[in-house]
Design a protein around this ligand. Structure first.
Ligand SMILES: NC(=O)c1ccc[n+]([C@@H]2O[C@H](COP(=O)([O-])OP(=O)(O)OC[C@H]3O[C@@H](n4cnc5c(N)ncnc54)[C@H](O)[C@@H]3O)[C@@H](O)[C@H]2O)c1
Ligand SMILES: O=C(O)CC[C@@H](O)C(=O)O
Length: 526
């Protein structure tokens, strides 16, 4: 039974879903890095929010880990390249807390407009300072939206409902989508110049880090009010402090900080500054959504192989997974076969899906071919890290789909370009379930690729099979199955034998010395 660790505070529904889906679960939150390192090796899955930092060091200790599930959107607390390199799938729940976070941004916008926290503190201190707190109306004001994705577009919708105008800067926002949202697409300088309020809804990337820099803050309308419910680091905090002090910025509300937890900040106690402790996603509704979703996605992956919302692997629905499973087994074996037989100077690989196979999602099939191919050299390769490793090695990977059936109703062909030229193997599924090799380097040969095998290329001549059988028999190697193919009578023939025990090197040498033998290679399949 797969085992998952929930290492951050999460709705109890997550654990319930895991158990209902046949996954063992431990909920252990608040551990130190060293405690997590000591424990993580036991688990197949790790479910987190934002507190657990999944670093290279944690991953190195996570020897059984297959999936990390983030109950939320941002995955900046996970070292995704390291997870990918280790073959660990990283998933998030991209929509479960969007409405809640958008509502928090709107709440902070109102709080800034009417100075609610300061008015509250003053009133409760018995001051009744009615003249001190003069607010601004939102109606008719311009909201500058930096980032118009999931959350940004919900914020835009709510702001339009408040009769605000919305101007958005997002390089990936199309003109059509802007029209659909009822907002104006603008460049950053225009937004900075026009906006009465600015709200940030982008991830933290090299392009967005300090997008509200000192220089950009100076370009804003005097008295602009700024809200950040996205990520710390989007605003230069020291520059914001100066801009609040000078009145260039009339108010700022931050839910997120460069350093979290933010227990001290030069911004604290600045007039017109409001802060919340990364509460954007903290509503009962959002936490139920993300907990249910993450547990369902992770359980699907661990139990059925379904992949949803993965950031480092193509999606594969729970309905698709059973259909694709035999194809992935076939693809992996074909990849392994070429990896074992034709790996020298491999520069390009093409995966062709023909007939019924062409109707399927090609990505998992290609990933399985690459995994089979590269696992020949490293047993840490799997479907997640194989495409990543292939890219890293400069391998040109192509996918071709042909709907028309050839000799078989469904077929997967793998062709590799090596120093010795192109080499191609092909396989089909018997009865839609049983992977079967049907062609090997241009020669028709049908075989089950399983267990220990022996591949021989020889000149087709009488008496060879008898001599081979005697050589193996004398060495105590029992033949299970025997598959023969040849280009033409008397030409080159290939033999694929399944054997009950691995063929020792000395026996391979003896076979190579038999008359007419050009190649003898021991093969192994999972
Ligand atoms: N405070 C919280 O608790 C909380 C909760 C949920 C999400 N978040 C954060 O909110 C942010 C937005 O989440 P989302 O779900 O809307 O993400 P999203 O991916 O749907 O949208 C992000 C948008 O930013 C845009 N973008 C990317 N680079 C940009 C750039 N250089 N300039 C302008 N726009 C750019 C993208 O095109 C995209 O439209 C993320 O950082 C996420 O981690 C915070
Ligand atoms: O889990 C949280 O409380 C924060 C989540 C939020 O930052 C996110 O990116 O989804």
């Amino acid at each position: 039974m797969p085992k998952v660790l929930i290492s951050d505070k999460m709705s109890p529904l997550a654990a319930q879903i895991f158990r209902e889906r046949g996954v063992e679960v431990d909920e252990i939150t608040g551990e130190t890095k060293d405690q997590l390192i000591a424990r993580i090796g036991e688990y197949d899955g790790l479910a987190i929010r934002s507190s657990t930092k999944v670093t290279k060091e944690i991953l190195a200790a996570a020897t059984n880990l297959k999936v990390i599930g983030r109950a939320g959107i941002g995955v900046d607390n996970v070292d995704i390249p390291a997870a990918s390199a280790q073959g660990v799938v990283v998933m998030n729940t991209p929509f479960g807390n969007s409405i809640t976070t958008a509502e928090h941004a709107i709440a902070l916008m109102f709080a800034l407009a009417r100075q609610l926290p300061e008015a509250d503190a003053s009133t409760q201190a018995g001051k009744w300072e009615k003249n001190r707190f003069m607010g601004v109306e939102l109606t008719g004001k311009t909201l500058g939206l930096i980032g118009a994705g999931n959350i940004g577009s919900i914020v835009a919708d709510r702001a339009l409902g408040l009769k605000m105008k919305v101007v958005a800067y997002d390089p990936f926002l199309t003109a059509d989508r802007a029209v659909e949202l009822g907002i104006e697409k603008a460049d950053l300088d225009t937004l900075l110049a026009k906006a009465d309020f600015i709200t940030l809804h982008t991830p933290l990337t090299d392009q967005t880090r300090n997008i509200l820099s000192r220089e950009n803050l100076a370009k804003t309308k005097k008295g602009v009010r700024i809200i950040n419910c996205a990520r710390g680091g989007l605003i230069d905090e020291a520059a914001l402090k100066d801009a609040l002090d000078s009145g260039q910025v009339g108010g700022a509300a931050l839910d997120v900080f460069v350093e979290e937890p933010a227990t001290a900040s030069p911004l604290f106690n600045t007039p017109n500054f409001i802060s919340t402790p990364h509460l954007g996603a903290s509503t009962n509704e959002a936490q139920v959504n993300v907990a249910l979703q993450v547990a369902e996605q992770m359980a699907d992956f661990l139990v059925t192989g379904g992949v949803t919302n993965a950031l480092n692997m193509p999606s594969l629905s729970a309905e698709e997974a059973p259909k694709l499973k035999p194809y992935m087994a076939l693809a992996e074996r074909l990849g392994s076969l070429v990896g074992q037989l034709a790996h020298d100077g491999l520069t390009a690989i093409s995966v062709e899906m023909e007939g019924a196979a062409a109707a399927l999602n090609p990505k998992p099939i290609t990933s399985a071919v690459l995994a089979g191919l590269m696992r020949v050299h490293s047993d840490t390769v799997n479907m997640v890290n194989a495409p990543f490793l292939a890219r890293e090695r400069g391998m040109d990977v192509r996918e071709v789909r042909r709907e028309r059936e050839g000799d078989y109703h469904t077929m997967v062909r793998v062709t590799v370009a090596t120093q010795a030229g192109e080499r191609s193997v092909a396989g089909t599924l018997f009865g839609n379930t049983a992977p079967r090799l049907v062609e090997l380097f241009g020669i028709k040969v049908e075989a089950d690729l399983a267990g220990d095998m022996l591949y021989i290329v020889n000149e087709d001549a009488p008496g060879f099979i008898g001599r081979l059988g005697s050589t193996l028999g004398e060495a105590g190697v029992n033949i299970g199955t025997f598959h023969l193919g040849r280009r033409d009578a008397g030409g080159e023939a290939v033999l694929l034998l399944s054997v009950d025990t691995p063929v020792p090197a000395a026996v391979l040498d003896a076979i190579l010395k038999l008359p007419g033998v050009k190649r003898a290679t021991a093969l192994k399949f999972d």
